[in-house]
Design a protein around this ligand. Structure first.
Ligand code: HEM
Length: 179
């Protein structure tokens, strides 16, 4: 079973991290938007109990991915015949996605540390939930959503373009293989 990538295909470790991250990001975007709109503290606390650890996990997975690509594995080559500007744009979008995910995780953790929300949400301290808008990382968290959203739109758009316009089967590179 190929854990690492070849020149033509991603290995099973990066494939697993890619799809787990994709699935969890959808959940984080939906739960985060819901939390921001809630006024009921109990409902907000219940959702934050899931949102905060999952968001932190995404931060860790992103750091692991960076270490993986820097030291342990090499990405497959660009698709054959793909123009240079597309290769450079893909690299920029991938780099931007890592950056946006780290920004989101770090600003979320920052909000928790500065506001003291962690012990309140865990039930260790009996106090009202803080207003996160009073803490500067909240603004970064809100802006990060737009950055992440724009980059995700470009990333998914490119995958759809390869699949339905170029029909080059590029998406298969990002799926599990037995050999
Ligand atoms: C990749 C990781 C994350 C993503 C994609 C994400 C996504 C979101 C989104 C979309 C919102 C709504 C923002 C808005 O409407 O302006 C939100 C709100 C929030 N997130 Fe995250 N988040 C992540 C990580 C975290 C972490 C690690 C924590 C805490 C440890 C956290 C704590 C919060 C809090 C407290 C709010 C609500 C703030 C409020 O009620 O005003 N998030 N998140």
């Amino acid at each position: 079973m190929a854990l690492k990538s070849t020149s033509k295909k991603f290995g099973n470790v990066p494939v697993l991290i890619h799809w787990v991250t994709a699935f969890l990001i959808i959940g984080l975007l939906l739960s985060g938007t819901r939390i921001a709109g809630l006024t009921d503290p109990d409902a907000k606390t219940a959702l934050l109990k899931i949102h905060a650890p999952v968001g932190s996990l995404i931060g860790l997975l992103t750091l692991f991915r960076i270490v993986w690509w820097l030291f342990l594995d090499k990405k497959p080559e660009h698709p054959e015949g793909s123009p240079r500007w597309q290769n450079l744009s893909a690299q920029a979008v991938h780099f931007g996605l890592y950056l946006a995910l780290i920004l989101m995780a770090a600003s979320g953790i920052g909000m928790f540390i500065l506001s003291g929300a962690g012990p309140i949400i865990s039930g260790w301290v009996d106090a009202p939930l803080p207003d996160f808008n009073d803490y500067p990382p909240r603004q970064a968290h809100g802006l990060g959503v737009w950055l992440l959203g724009g980059l995700l739109a470009a990333h998914v758009g490119a995958a759809l373009y390869h699949t339905f316009v170029l029909k080059d089967g590029l998406l298969r590179r990002m799926w599990f293989s037995r050999d």
